[in-house]
Design a binder for this molecule. Structure first.
Ligand SMILES: Nc1nc2c(c(=O)[nH]1)N[C@H]1C(S)=C(S)[C@@H](COP(=O)(O)O)O[C@H]1N2
Ligand SMILES: [Mo]
Length: 452
């Protein structure tokens, strides 16, 4: 095993970010998905970027880019504040969230996936945060937004109150880094391999620093009876009528936030500006956006989003309800589906691990489909209910390989193999697929999504 060095010898062709043209997207939308893989391979041949230290060194050695003055060294650059709000370089135009063609009938009730294959570290750039809307997004006027806090009956909450965003901004804030994952993430893969890249297998996942007021503090201010009031109902302000029950236990931990800030600025409209609920460790649907009301109650509410959707279909046809915690999970993002190893040599294998129950304790990586495992290096910080980045140097000798990562959290829970999960949960569910992901590397170097 080569040590990690800037002179990694293996070169990698990145995943083609846009693998379908407009006509193909129309075809998929009308029900055809069979040619997806072919389209992906065709796209892989065009305009893909070659990265790697060898390529860069060879190109730079005694080269004109070094020896000759470049235009940017001999001219005046653009003035400050040319862009009042900065944007990524035009050379990074391909790294965007994308909708999976044909997944839903209308784009207002759909999802866009974060491009995990191109991200560094653990924080998701706010513009790349995945989106899930049940009835489209809105850019609300914060001066016209209100949060109402009440009890299901008068005794459950002494002082029903209505708060403005300014009221909440004046209260002592906390800032915490957490992941948010839709319960349906990886949901297309229950039956068999369905989508080609990690953006689509795992991209309903993002991680940010969230700022807001602990809901616990606001309920204390309002005089909530938390002995009898063991549940709260959170209600969104958009037309989808999205409501979810949150156990008071989670609120009492202080982790549940009335959140207005994300990555140092106000929430983006797509993510619930000006107010959303942050429920660390719990599936995304409970992170109610455009939050307009909190009610304290003495029983679970059994709302549409809790009895009809977001229930886990079991092999015997029954449903499991209130399976809200996102169990420990991980995925290798490089190399991943759609990428190509261009030659033998050492590459940095890297990915993300997370657990809705606390910190990630360890991540193991296998190169032979789960027979042998090596422990990966975890990058700091390692935070509770937050993404953790792992890395491991690996020499590819040109032979076919199956890469897997397996995360273990601080409770000792071990991420299951797909077949272990299926043995218990069957194949008909949509939600809470946290199985180990396999990427096959062919002798040609092509990386594809497989199940072993
Ligand atoms: N009001 C409201 N809140 C909502 C939703 C919605 O459609 N309306 N979608 C939920 C779902 S299913 C998820 S996964 C997360 C997605 O949050 P994001 O769009 O910020 O990624 O928001 C949740 N909160
Ligand atoms: Mo979701």
């Amino acid at each position: 095993m080569d040590p990690i060095s800037p002179h990694m010898t293996g070169r990698l062709r990145r995943a083609p970010e846009s693998f379908l043209d407009a006509a193909q997207i129309r075809a998929v939308a009308s029900g055809r998905r069979d040619f997806l893989r072919g389209a992906l391979l065709a796209a892989a041949g065009t305009g893909a970027v070659v990265t790697g230290a060898t390529a860069a060194l060879a190109q730079n050695a005694g080269e004109r880019l070094i020896t000759e003055p470049q235009p940017h060294a001999t001219s005046l650059g653009q003035p400050v504040a040319t862009n009042g709000y900065g944007q990524p370089s035009r050379y990074e135009r391909n790294l965007i969230r994308r909708e999976s063609p044909g997944l839903t009938r209308v784009a207002a009730a759909s999802v866009s996936f974060s491009p995990l294959q191109g991200m560094f570290g653990i924080i998701t750039a706010s513009g790349l945060h995945f989106e899930r809307h049940h009835q489209g997004w809105h850019d609300l006027d914060p001066s016209k937004h209100r949060l109402m806090v009440n009890g299901a009956d008068e005794k459950l909450l002494k002082r029903p109150s209505v708060f403005t965003i300014d009221d909440l901004l004046r209260m002592p804030p906390v800032s915490r880094m957490h992941f948010i994952e839709c319960g349906a993430n990886t949901g297309m893969e229950w039956g068999n391999v369905a989508v080609p890249t990690v953006q689509y297998t795992h991209g309903m996942l993002s991680c940010s620093e969230f700022t807001g007021v602990p809901l616990r503090d606001v309920l204390a201010f309002c005089g909530a009876d938390t002995k009898r009031g063991r549940y709260v109902l959170a209600e969104g302000g958009d037309g989808s009528g999205l409501t979810r029950t949150i156990p008071m236990e989670l609120v009492e931990s202080g982790e549940v936030l009335l959140c207005y800030g994300m990555n140092g600025e106000m929430l983006r409209p797509e993510n619930g500006y000006p107010l959303r609920l942050v429920v660390p460790g719990v599936q995304g649907v409970s992170w109610v956006k455009w939050l307009r009301r909190i009610e304290v109650g003495d029983a679970p509410y059994g709302t549409r989003e809790e009895v009809l959707h977001y229930v886990d279909m079991m092999p015997d046809g029954r449903h499991r309800q209130y399976t809200s915690i996102q169990e420990c999970k991980s995925v290798i993002t490089t190399p991943s589906g759609g990428q190509t190893l261009l030659d033998r040599g050492t590459i940095n294998v890297t990915g993300l691990a997370w657990s809705g129950r606390g910190k990630v304790r360890r991540v193991d990586v296998s190169f032979d489909g789960g027979r042998n495992w090596q422990t990966a290096r975890l990058e700091t910080p390692i935070l509770s209910k937050c993404l953790t980045r792992f890395s491991l140097a690996w020499r590819w000798n040109g032979e076919p390989a199956v890469l897997q990562s397996r995360a273990i959290d601080e409770t000792g829970y071990v991420q299951p193999q797909m077949r272990q999960l299926r043995a218990v949960r069957g194949t008909r569910s949509i939600y809470h697929n946290n199985a180990i992901q396999s990427w096959k590397i062919a002798a040609s170097g092509e990386v594809s999504n497989v199940q072993v």
